[in-house]
Design a protein around this ligand. Structure first.
Ligand code: AMP
Length: 480
């Protein structure tokens, strides 16, 4: 059951497309994972929190979603890092895979059903390369590798709107070779230098698992950059599925190459129904990236702010827009999050006590409708939060007038809305010491000893807490 019609912007068609679950199986949702050669930074966090929130939102509407994510644990950058650290690629990849998964857990990224490590799918990769050779989309360059011939796939460039000539800049180190038919051709399988040794002396070669090479019918080697994704998605989803995404840099050449590989291998189109691309998290206008070394690790960010604050920071922008990170947006979102919690804490107090004469329900209904309409329209989270802040701006000045049932309804609808995006609601603890001082102050006020009670208020303020005297008694909250 999925009662709302949800639309998402598809990069390929350039239009908002209806999200539809196939009959009898979950909606298939595949997001490109990280290349594990360093710690994940908040740019990765932006992309993965946005997709986590989207996955959770889709599920909250009643859709069953299978969320698959690969982890690139074999790549030039991993090999280079291993060389620098005088260790092997597996050690590097394992260390940073574990760190990434730890970071994701700390950020509350829990929507992923399956993390698939590239090196666990070598047989599937080999099978796809074989199929591409057999269908004459791929060719062998001796002592080098197997390459995809982009001229054999007439749709090459349809996602990024490039011609094969314009696509020449899309090659990365692994795709470089003087023997290629076309400059834009990319590697599917790269023969390792051990392969050359094997050719020279087959019998003496021992396959060492620590080396980045695997046996295959075409020779010892390792997969190219793009092939792991299609091999993994075909294994779990088949040749066609509903949603595939990553950040905007993956549109070309990575996703373009994936389309070429999968549609050529299976002959079925379209490979993916909806292509999603998140905007970058930038610093001073430049993409935050491991290679530019202008990054803040997720771990470091979480030393100053909570995962909820990070989620709010991410979802305060549309997933397709860039976010320019400056220190102050951490503080701004911290204040916004505390404002939301304060609102909910006040409603809780009303629910626990007796409410007032009532404030009317029209605004609540408007909030619910706007919140859900905004998310259904290309996951417009900033607009959805706009609806929440409009509601709070209306309710806050008259909150103590809300009836108990209004407070209950409001609490339920706001907390359900937040949970649908993966937020966890946890209130700040009011220390025992503050509770005791507060009781003393109440006693003094009852006895009309206002000078002394004001002194206690000051003391409570000095300890970092504010007091609002309400018709339901004092409401205490951390000072911002
Ligand atoms: P990588 O490990 O660099 O391959 O990145 C893994 C995923 O995170 C890919 O979808 C990247 O496009 C995305 N990503 C990397 N850096 C950023 C950034 N600064 N902002 C948003 N997404 C990013």
């Amino acid at each position: 059951m999925n009662f709302i019609k949800i639309y998402l912007f598809d990069t390929l068609s350039g239009k908002k497309e209806l999200v539809e679950k196939p009959k009898g199986r979950p909606l298939r949702f595949f997001i490109c994972g990280p290349t594990v050669y360093d710690y994940s930074h908040i740019g990765h966090g932006r992309t993965y929190v946005a997709f986590d929130a989207l996955g959770k939102y889709l599920r909250s509407t009643g859709l069953e979603v299978f969320y698959l994510q690969n982890i690139t644990n074999i790549d030039d950058k991993i090999i280079r890092r291993a060389e620098e650290e005088k260790t092997d690629f597996k050690t590097v990849a394992k260390k940073f895979t574990q760190a990434h998964l730890r970071d994701m857990k700390s950020l509350g990224v829990t929507a992923v059903n399956k993390y698939a490590l590239a090196t666990d799918y070598i047989p599937e990769i080999i099978k796809q390369v074989q199929k591409l050779i057999q269908k004459k989309h791929a060719y062998v360059i001796e002592k080098d590798g197997i390459y995809f011939d982009v001229t054999t796939f007439k749709d090459y460039g349809k996602l990024s709107r490039r011609t094969t000539l314009q696509a020449e800049d899309g090659i990365s180190r692994i795709d470089e070779s003087v023997g290629k038919r076309n400059k834009a051709d990319f590697a599917l399988w790269k023969f390792s230098k051990y392969e050359e040794k094997r050719m020279e002396n087959e019998r003496t070669l021992k396959i060492n698992n620590e080396k980045p090479s695997w046996p295959s019918p075409f020779g010892l080697g390792r997969p190219g950059w793009h092939i792991e994704d299609t091999a993994i998605s075909e294994k779990f989803f088949g040749p066609q599925y509903e949603i595939h995404g990553g950040a905007v840099d993956l549109k070309f050449p990575h996703h373009e190459a994936e389309i070429a590989q999968q549609e050529s291998a299976s002959g079925k189109k379209p490979f993916v129904k909806i292509w999603l691309h998140t905007g970058f998290l930038t610093t001073q206008g430049e993409k935050m990236s491991k290679s530019l070394r202008n990054f803040i690790t997720i771990d470091d960010f979480l030393k100053n702010f909570s995962a909820q604050v990070f989620r709010l920071l991410v979802l305060s922008s549309h997933y397709r827009s860039p976010i320019d990170y400056v220190q102050k947006i951490g503080n701004e979102n911290q204040a916004k999050w505390m404002g939301i919690l304060e609102f909910l804490a006040k409603l809780k107090l009303i629910i626990a006590k007796t409410g007032g004469e009532g404030i009317g329900r029209r605004n609540f209904e408007e909030f619910q409708a706007k919140f859900s309409e905004s998310l259904a329209d290309d996951f417009n989270t900033p607009k959805a939060f706009g609806a929440l802040f409009t509601l709070m701006a209306f309710v806050n000045p008259r909150i103590w007038k809300a009836t108990k049932s209004e407070a209950k309804e409001l609490y339920a609808s706001v907390s359900t809305a937040l949970k649908s995006l993966g937020f966890k609601i946890g209130f700040p603890e009011i220390p025992r010491k503050i509770e005791v001082l507060l009781k003393e102050r109440e006693e003094l006020r009852r006895n009309q000893q206002f000078t002394q009670s004001d002194r206690l208020r000051k003391k409570i303020n000095d300890l970092g807490f504010g007091i609002e005297d309400t018709p339901l008694g004092p409401f205490v909250w951390p000072l911002r």
